[in-house]
Design a protein around this ligand. Structure first.
Ligand SMILES: Nc1ncnc2c1ncn2[C@@H]1O[C@H](COP(=O)(O)OP(=O)(O)OP(=O)(O)O)[C@@H](O)[C@H]1O
Length: 273
């Protein structure tokens, strides 16, 4: 998945102040309307609608198998929904083709659960890959950009290491650095805390918050880790397997304190216990 250089210029005329909590209405970078997904005869979810504002950390939460990763894949154009539509940075990946689709995809950064680094390449070379694929920058410039990205995620001293020589937390950070190589306005993270110990996971949460604040990057994070949800989420939606859809939307701390239904209450209580 791509990632690309310019983005802030993509704001439509009249867009509001970026980031949550601004005085004016924040610009919506993702709009999902009535999205449904079915696999065979099984409906995973239906009627899912939400918006993501520029600069916010938006969390998709819910129990195992409720369709979080599937929704993420719909947002980045890997799956076409069975009903409804998703507009991302003003385009619709389900209908966009050719150059329009490629340009759109290049402006989305994705880090998969595994980190998906190439084992035979150093961290620097891994982060340089998107730059090789999508820019004409000479090698020295690609190295310089990749170094900046590794520095941003706290891996400035580890550029020569191979993925096998680093910890799980470092691999996640390197995956984020690579996803950021082309300065995407939106970064998608699939279960970033999976497999990490609580301390490392908290460090990764802090990194996500810092990047959102310092770079204005919008994050869409799929997770069921309660501590992460509460630490990073400006807003969230909760999917539910039995309800086959969305059962809550809002500030995660608010949902924890005033759950709108029993399923949300149980989700937060169970995870805390
Ligand atoms: N391409 C596919 N074809 C058929 N079924 C699929 C496909 N992709 C996902 N599913 C099914 O949809 C359900 C939801 O999967 P998904 O990975 O979206 O859930 P999730 O909420 O991210 O779960 P987890 O937290 O366990 O990763 C699962 O039962 C999965 O088997």
């Amino acid at each position: 998945m791509g990632e690309v250089l310019e983005d802030r210029a993509a704001a439509p005329a009249g867009a509001g102040t970026p980031g949550p909590g601004g005085g004016r209405e924040a610009e919506r970078v993702i709009e999902a309307r009535g999205v449904a997904m079915r696999f065979g005869t099984r409906t995973l979810f239906h009627d899912v609608s939400f918006g993501v504002s520029r600069g916010e950390v938006f969390v998709i939460l819910g129990g195992s198998g409720c369709g979080k990763s599937t929704l993420l894949k719909i947002m980045i154009g890997l799956y076409e929904p069975t009903a409804g539509e998703v507009t991302i940075l003003g385009g619709d990946l389900a209908t966009a083709g050719g150059e329009v689709r490629r340009n759109l995809l290049r402006r989305l950064g994705v880090m998969w659960q595994s980190g998906a680094l190439f084992g035979s390449m150093t961290l620097l070379e891994n982060v340089m890959l998107p730059l090789e694929a999508h820019t004409d920058l000479p090698r020295e410039a690609r190295e310089a950009v990749a170094r900046v990205k590794l520095g941003l995620v706290g891996l400035g001293d580890a550029e020569s290491r191979l993925p096998a020589e680093i910890s799980g937390g470092m691999a996640k950070r390197a995956g984020i650095a690579r996803a950021m190589a082309l300065d995407p306005p939106i970064l998608f993270l699939d279960e970033p805390s999976a497999g990490l110990d609580p301390v490392t996971s908290a460090g990764l949460d802090q990194l996500i918050k810092d990047l959102a604040r310092d770079l204005g990057t919008t994050f869409v994070v799929v997770t069921h880790e309660l501590q992460s949800i509460l630490a990073i989420g400006d807003r969230c939606i909760m999917l539910d397997k039995e309800a086959q859809g969305m059962i809550a939307e809002g500030d995660p701390r608010h949902l924890r304190d005033e759950p709108p239904n029993d399923t949300v209450r149980r989700f937060f209580r169970r995870e805390v216990a």
